[in-house]
Unconditional design. Structure first.
Ligand SMILES: Nc1ncnc2c1ncn2[C@@H]1O[C@H](COP(=O)(O)OP(=O)(O)O)[C@@H](O)[C@H]1O
Ligand SMILES: [Mg+2]
Length: 289
């Protein structure tokens, strides 16, 4: 009878690094402006000067972070990532924009509109946004290795340091048991390629509005570096009318940063506004108590 050799455990030397060497290799945390009024000031780092903790605003989301933007439909997730892409492109950076639900030509119309609302000319920045159309191509949407190989090609060719995926939920639609594997692979890929990334993920209607949970369970929130939650609520009770200061029947939009591993952040819940020209803006904090 054949005896299978038991694999002997090995020491993986590459996996060992001293704190000193790890810190030397660590990036400096800077902020990347999002193009969303009121958002950039909500992330900060701290310094201790004369025994006092001083907060230093980052002025954007932390570079090299992979963040999850979650909310049910119509809460402004797409507006947020479009404004971010436009803002970064206007600063001269190249952005890879993977569209999974809306074909690229429609996304470009929307980006064009967003740029104009932000007082920019899309023609000046259109070459800085490289769309990957997984909405029109099943070979990208349904095949993660193809999608990541294509993204790697775009990152190499266009030297992009920023990736947007709208949405990762679309990559495991009807296959929610794969959510964890898909998001983990995407996350590891983005880290390896030194990307700052926003991943949109859809909430199911059964989920609590202001939690970080996305379709596919806790997969997304637990893997990524941080989450921003967008919510939309109908004012129905006297209680919420008082809480929000709005009459019953009104819609309120809310925003909250639900954790970020890379830096400090404001923990309050804010009103969220969408202007008449279709721009997302963080409003005042919700006053409780
Ligand atoms: N140009 C616009 N003008 C006014 N409101 C807009 C415009 N574009 C989008 N909106 C509003 O923003 C909401 C959120 O849009 P979107 O970002 O697409 O939501 P999500 O991606 O979360 O489903 C839409 O339901 C719509 O009411
Ligand atoms: Mg959307």
């Amino acid at each position: 009878m054949e005896v299978r050799e038991i694999e002997r455990p090995q020491v993986i030397e590459e996996g060992i690094i001293t704190g000193r060497r790890a810190l030397k290799a660590a990036p400096r945390i800077e902020g990347l402006p999002t193009g969303v009024e009121g958002l950039d000031g909500l992330f900060f780092t701290t310094e201790i000067i004369d025994n006092r903790v001083i907060k230093k605003p980052l002025g954007g989301i932390p570079c090299l972070s992979v963040l999850n933007i979650t909310g049910s439909s119509d809460t402004g997730k797409t507006l947020l990532v479009e404004q971010f892409a436009i803002k970064q492109a206007s600063l001269g950076r190249n952005v890879a924009f993977i569209t999974v639900e809306t074909p690229a030509s429609f996304v470009s119309l929307s980006l064009n509109e967003r740029a104009r609302a932000m007082g920019l000319r899309f023609e000046d920045i259109e070459d800085n946004i490289i769309l990957i159309d997984a909405a029109s191509h099943g070979l990208l949407r349904e095949n993660l290795p193809n999608l990541l190989a294509t993204l790697a090609h775009v990152i190499r060719t266009y030297k992009t340091g920023i990736t947007v995926i709208d949405s990762v939920t679309g990559l495991y639609e009807h296959r929610e048991m794969l959510a964890r594997t898909v998001v983990r692979q995407v996350y590891n890929f983005l880290k390896k390629w030194h990307q700052t990334a926003l991943l949109v993920s859809q909430k199911r209607s059964g989920h609590e509005e202001l939690t970080a949970e996305a379709a596919g369970g806790y997969a997304v929130g637990h893997i990524v570096d941080g989450t921003m939650v967008l919510a939309k609520e109908l004012v129905m009770s006297q209680y919420s009318a008082r809480l929000f200061g709005k009459p019953p029947g009104d819609i309120v939009r809310l925003f909250r940063i639900d954790g970020c591993r890379l830096c400090g952040h404001d923990t309050r819940t804010f009103f969220l506004e969408i202007t008449d020209t279709g721009l997302l803006r963080i409003g005042p904090p919700l006053r409780t108590g």
